[in-house]
Design a protein around this ligand. Structure first.
Ligand SMILES: [Zn+2]
Length: 351
């Protein structure tokens, strides 16, 4: 039988209903994914987004999403410009302005996927006006658009919104399912043998979701390390986007080890891709959802004179480098190729 949503643990009903309709092309335009915190709502939305644009979605022998095609790789890494997340961003509600912004781009055809997906997190935080403003789009979106409204409680949404959407429910996992999943992670079996108490803590601390269990089992690399990597990546992204080739080369020489640099390089390239993605989205809209360049004023200044086509070329080159690094090339050679491919794109743009 075809593997559908293989990365989703439990939640068989969703795999069956949503996965199967995507596979045979009969999925709805709008879904409400309702479920308790940590029950996999975002995972469902991400997998569905990948499945909708997967190049192998019509191939019954491939898993859905296949995970290997160009579209899946971008979407599953959170790098696709065609998956747009709307959230409160720390505010109390999602207002009518955010929804207007969303609707302004609704009919623009997707960048490089077949479909564009809007994920509205904490959808119940939409104000009544925002929900009303969304109604017609939910009812008759362009055929390449699918909405996922995530919420812990669908009844908190207007009836008119609910009636225009298919409601799916994610479920908290049973202890067995959590344990089975944890044991698929590298190193987990070893911890269970060496430190059964810790393993037990992870199971009981999970409360039915994977995230907390993983955090207990593998206390995450310190936030500091992540912050440092983000900062480096933002620097490098700035050099590429603003065509400061000399600075980019100096950066590579200092950050990517000449020997055995592959792991460092693989880790950093992910952050660089996110940073460049931020900048290319900001070129299109000042209110675009960003992860790293949250200082929008500064970012806007940086990209003011950069043609969007050049931004897109840099992003493309970064995803190429990302793939090349997976095939065990020399890390430094790969990063230099990235710098020079961007330089070339920059020279061509001036012609
Ligand atoms: Zn695919």
């Amino acid at each position: 039988m075809r593997e559908i949503f293989g990365d989703l643990i439990g939640n068989e009903a969703i795999k069956h209903n949503l996965g199967a309709t995507i596979a045979d092309g009969t999925s709805s335009h709008a879904y409400i994914i309702e479920g308790p915190r940590g029950s996999g709502k975002r995972t469902v939305a991400r997998l569905a987004a990948a499945a909708l644009s997967c190049e192998n979605r019509r191939n019954g022998d491939a898993p859905l999403p296949c995970g290997g095609c160009a579209s899946c790789r971008k979407i599953l890494r959170g790098l696709s410009p065609d998956v747009i997340t709307v959230s409160t961003e720390g505010k109390a509600s999602i207002g009518v302005n955010e929804i207007r912004e969303l609707k302004a781009g609704l009919y623009v055809v997707p960048n490089d996927s077949d479909m564009r997906v809007y994920v509205i997190e904490e959808a119940d935080k939409m104000t009544v006006q925002a929900q009303n403003s969304l109604l017609i789009s939910l009812e008759e979106p362009p055929e390449f658009v699918t909405f996922f409204l995530l919420t812990e409680d669908a009844t908190a949404l207007l009836e008119t919104v609910r009636s225009r959407s298919t409601v799916l429910r994610t479920e908290i996992l049973g202890r067995d399912a959590v344990e089975k999943y944890l044991l698929t992670l590298p190193g987990a079996e070893g911890i269970r043998k060496r430190d059964p108490e810790k393993f037990e803590d992870a199971l009981s601390g999970s409360r039915g979701s994977i995230g907390p269990a993983k955090d207990i089992l593998f206390p995450s690399e310190s936030g500091k390390k992540v912050k440092a990597a983000e900062k480096k990546a933002m620097e490098f992204a700035e050099y590429l986007i603003t065509s400061r080739i000399g600075d980019a080369i100096t950066w590579v020489l200092s950050e990517i080890p000449a020997k055995k640099g592959l792991n460092v390089a693989k880790e950093l390239i992910g952050y660089v891709a996110t940073a460049v993605r931020d900048l290319t989205l900001l070129m299109k809209s000042r209110n675009a959802p960003v992860y790293l360049f949250t200082d929008r004023d500064r970012a806007a200044e940086m990209i003011a004179s950069v043609p969007p086509a050049y931004g897109a070329a840099v992003f493309e080159n970064v995803t190429v480098a990302m793939d090349r690094l997976e095939s065990n090339v020399s890390a430094r050679v790969c990063w230099f190729e990235l710098v020079f491919s961007c330089e070339k794109a920059g020279t061509n743009r001036n012609k």
